[in-house]
Design a protein around this ligand. Structure first.
Ligand code: NAD
Length: 417
């Protein structure tokens, strides 16, 4: 199968939206290029005494609206094109959420499942040392993404603090609470996905409580999205992860499935009354009402979009729908709630965490939840307004919000003139 380049996908939506807005090339051309691409070699002494060198990246896309912000991904397929696309999406996402950040992303080409925990820690700390010159609480603030978590963020915070001679909790978000993390950060992306899904269902007149949800991916985003839906009395009829896919038309017990996985079980070995095992990709075209891809990019493509049965797609993951699939879904009348809106709750609470770190003053969980809800409602409203204005999809509406806000900042600052 031909490899789909996510950066090319990002460029095609950017260009199409800028044209829709009547912008000239000069207005937005800077957004086609990341401001900085850093590639580092990361040597790690393995437990057996041998040395392996991994490739790591940090791409800083745009800083017109504030310091760069974006996650770190540890994955064997991670490469520069993927990280460049993810960095641009972060610039757009922070603008849609209206938080004062630019966009960045980073990663290491590695399968962390093949490393011991001490090897993973050495890899993370050495990577931090190599990218230290370009990150910092007022420069670029990483966060968790695929296969990275609070513990890894803690190692980064500690390494950076040692290098700079003082505790610097503001250098990363998604940290453990004990060292400056925010209450509500772990579930923030999923909470936001659920809030936006409900707003979208209301917007399109789809009955929320009668809807059957299918959630692809059971990690930080997908696992907690499925859990929040299940806890809220919604019917989650299908879930999948890297190992498999399970389906029950009567609804799955998400708590039981997540406990099973936490205790070392594999999804393709999960058994319960009424549950059928399906091939991993079956989730994308399963009979359901709301499809929530929360795994990786390029899941809905030209090859399967015509078989999607959901009434609406809510993108928990970044870039799960290719432009070709987007077009097919649009023509079939299936709305897609875009990633830069649907999953922006994570970076919103990351912003709250950073603000708390800089002030050394921490908020209670209720304050975080209340302020997150407010931000998500404003973001949804802004996107719908632009989509209505141009009679366009929600994706183009979201890009229009983002491009408009970023180029307004560019024009005021004129930093590169
Ligand atoms: P994670 O590592 O916690 O979980 C990834 C999940 O995807 C795992 O359950 C894995 O088994 C599953 N998966 C991998 N390949 C799959 C496949 N082919 N089919 C089905 N499932 C598969 O990662 P995460 O943090 O939950 O991130 C998931 C997505 O959400 C990514 O696109 C990420 O960029 C995006 N995202 C994450 C955050 C965040 O706060 N963590 C915020 C915004 C967006």
């Amino acid at each position: 199968m031909e490899k789909i380049n996510p950066f090319e996908n990002m460029l095609s939506v950017l260009t199409a939206t800028a044209e829709m807005m009547g912008l000239s090339e000069s207005d937005y051309v800077v957004l086609k290029y990341p401001e900085r691409e850093v590639k580092v070699a990361v040597p790690v002494e393995m437990d057996d005494g041998s040395v392996r060198v991994f490739e790591g990246y940090r791409v800083q896309h745009n800083s017109a609206r504030g310091p760069y912000k974006g996650g770190l991904r540890f994955h064997p397929n991670t490469d520069l094109d993927e990280v460049k696309a993810l960095a641009a999406w972060m610039s757009f996402k922070c603008a849609v959420a209206d938080i004062p950040y630019g966009g960045a992303k980073g990663g290491i080409t590695v399968d962390p499942a093949t490393l011991s925990k001490p090897e993973l820690e050495r890899l993370t700390r050495n990577f931090t040392e190599r990218i230290a010159p370009v990150i910092g609480p007022d420069k670029d603030i990483p966060a968790p993404d695929v296969n990275t978590n609070a513990e890894i963020m803690g190692w980064i915070m500690d390494t950076y603090s040692r290098l700079t001679g003082a505790p610097r909790p503001g250098v990363v978000t998604g940290k453990p609470i004990e060292i400056g993390g925010s209450l509500g950060r772990t579930a923030a992306t999923a909470s936001g996905v659920c809030m936006i899904a409900k707003m979208a269902l209301r917007h399109f007149g789809i009955d929320e409580m009668a809807s059957r949800f299918a959630v692809q991916g059971l990690g930080n985003v997908g696992g907690l999205t499925a859990q929040i839906l299940f806890d809220g009395g919604h019917k989650v009829t299908c879930v999948s992860d890297v190992n498999g896919c399970v389906h029950n038309e009567a609804g799955l017990n998400i708590t039981e499935i997540r406990d099973f996985l936490k205790n070392g079980g594999k999804l393709n070995e999960y058994k319960a009354a009424g549950v059928e095992q399906l091939p991993r990709e079956a989730i994308l075209t399963i009979d359901c009402d709301v499809l929530v891809p929360c795994a990786l990019e390029n899941q809905l493509t030209g090859a399967n979009a015509d078989k999607v049965q959901a009434k609406i797609v809510v993108e928990g993951a970044n870039g799960p729908t290719t432009p070709e699939a987007d077009e097919i879904l649009k023509n079939r009348g299936i709305p897609v709630v875009p990633d830069i809106l649907a999953n922006c709750g994570g970076v919103v609470v990351s912003y709250f965490e950073w603000v708390q770190d800089l002030q050394n003053y921490y908020w209670d969980e209720e304050t975080v939840a209340q302020r997150l809800t407010q931000k998500m409602e404003l973001a949804f409203k802004a996107v719908v307004e632009q989509a209505d204005k141009y009679n366009a999809t929600l994706r183009k509406g979201a890009y229009a919000v983002a491009i408009g806000r970023i180029i307004a900042a560019e024009k005021i600052r004129k930093s590169w003139h």
